[in-house]
Design a protein around this ligand. Structure first.
Ligand code: AMP
Ligand code: GLY
Length: 407
């Protein structure tokens, strides 16, 4: 089987490793390609020099190489419609369509969907650049803190928790007038601040059936003690056993997962792929903070190593497209029949970032000692995933190439 992985960060390193260790991958003499990748991903996948957003070039490559399955890591190609375009050519692909991925790319859409379908979430109001005056009036009487979110994709930076009207006004002016987020931010929502404990839940779905992976917890603040600026994620643990009790799991399934999948399907936006539910748990009841249309980073690095059953089989079962005859893999052809199993370990993922991140940081620094990770005995199960790394031009060294470097 030939597989193409789209993306090149830590999450994609975890996906590549997991696909590579799949029995199905070995049994079918498979080959994995990746859009450029990085030194960590390239241990498992051959780089293809196409950017994740160059959809036409990716389609040409997939057709020419007869790719059996494409797996999309990041949200941007999904929101650009990579799945729609691949499906139009009859190519099998793991991920939601452009319309379904609006669950992440438009906060206004996802909040409206939740409201219309009684899915528990924070109360909110939506505003746009054209009714800033109303927003400012609202900020005079609303309860603080309040959470202000830019509407489009803003790489984890479009959320501000404002403590008073002054901060709220400053935030929306920045969102709208200086357009720091481009189109994201021209529309925004202001929502109630939720208290509780956050949990990330990955739901693998073909749009009808679904399987839930072990819960994880992301730690977003840059400093120890949950202080400082928000980042894309500084680390994650899984499973979050203290939040995995029968009643809560049932509420998450019946009040959130099932209604949202049904609502998406009924509105003609059937969701296939990984639905990421970012939840706040308060008094053993869940509320939705956000939905994402893909695996989280760094949660994927913590969660995927816990999967015992065949990961490639899981991705295949949840993928759309009809070009390929999967009869020889028939036991994986339906998600309904897929027996999802986990091992009973725990994982703790720590992200190593460049000094200065999430603001300005330097790149191009040599990374040494990567080969020693398992020398100390106790870490014999440690795994290093690469996010922002690259080879030096002469390929003798590994250099830093981003804010989040390793996990
Ligand atoms: P998001 O980009 O929507 O994941 O938001 C980033 C972070 O902001 C979340 O992980 C939460 O820690 C925090 N956050 C977002 N919305 C709320 C809310 N309504 N109440 C409390 N915290 C929130
Ligand atoms: N770690 C949060 C995210 O991937 O959105």
């Amino acid at each position: 089987m030939k597989i193409l992985l789209i993306g090149n960060g830590g999450r994609e390193n975890a996906i590549a490793r997991k696909i590579h260790e799949s029995k199905l991958f070995a049994d079918t003499g498979s080959k994995l390609y990746v859009t450029q990748g990085n030194p960590g991903i390239n241990e498992f996948a051959e780089p293809v020099n196409i950017h994740p957003t160059e959809i036409n070039l990716l389609i040409n490559f997939a057709l020419k190489e007869k790719i059996d399955l494409t797996v999309v890591g990041p949200e941007i190609p999904l929101s650009l419609g990579i799945v729609n375009e691949f499906e139009n050519k009859g190519l099998k692909i793991f991920g939601p369509t452009r319309e379904a991925s609006e669950i992440e790319s438009s906060k206004v859409f996802s909040k409206k969907l939740m409201l219309e379908n009684n899915i528990p979430t924070a109360d909110y109001r939506s505003f746009s650049k054209d009714n800033l005056k109303e927003a400012k009036e609202f900020f005079n009487y609303c309860k603080y803190p309040i959470v202000i979110k830019a509407d489009g994709l803003a790489a984890g930076k479009g959320v501000v928790i404002a403590g008073n009207a002054g901060e709220a006004n400053e935030t929306v002016i920045e969102f709208c007038e200086s357009k720091i987020f481009g189109e994201a931010g021209v529309k925004f929502i202001a929502e109630e601040f939720l208290e509780g404990e956050e949990v990330s839940v990955f739901v693998i779905t073909d749009g009808e059936e679904y399987k839930v992976l072990p819960f994880s917890q992301d730690h977003k603040k840059i400093n120890d003690g949950d202080r400082g600026k928000n980042t894309g994620g500084m680390g994650a643990v899984a499973p979050v056993k203290k939040l995995m009790n029968e009643d809560l799991e049932k509420s998450i399934r019946t009040k959130i997962i099932e209604p949202v999948l049904k609502a998406l399907k009924n509105s003609g936006r059937k969701f296939k792929g990984c639905l990421y539910c970012g939840l706040m748990i308060s008094g053993n009841e869940p509320s939705v903070i956000e939905f994402n249309c893909r695996f989280g980073d760094p949660e994927a690095q913590a969660v995927l190593p816990l999967i015992e059953s065949d990961f490639l089989g899981l991705l295949l079962a949840a993928s759309s497209g009809n070009a390929i005859e999967f009869s020889k893999f028939s036991k994986f052809s339906e998600l309904k029949n897929y027996d999802l199993k986990f091992n009973d370990s725990y994982s703790c993922c720590v992200v190593i970032v460049s000094g200065g991140y999430p603001d300005k940081f330097e790149t191009g620094k040599e990374i040494k000692g990567l080969g020693n990770i398992n020398d100390t005995g106790i870490e014999s199960k440690a795994i290093v995933f690469h996010s922002g790394t690259k080879f030096s031009d002469d390929r003798t060294k590994i250099l830093t190439a981003g804010g989040r470097v390793l996990s």
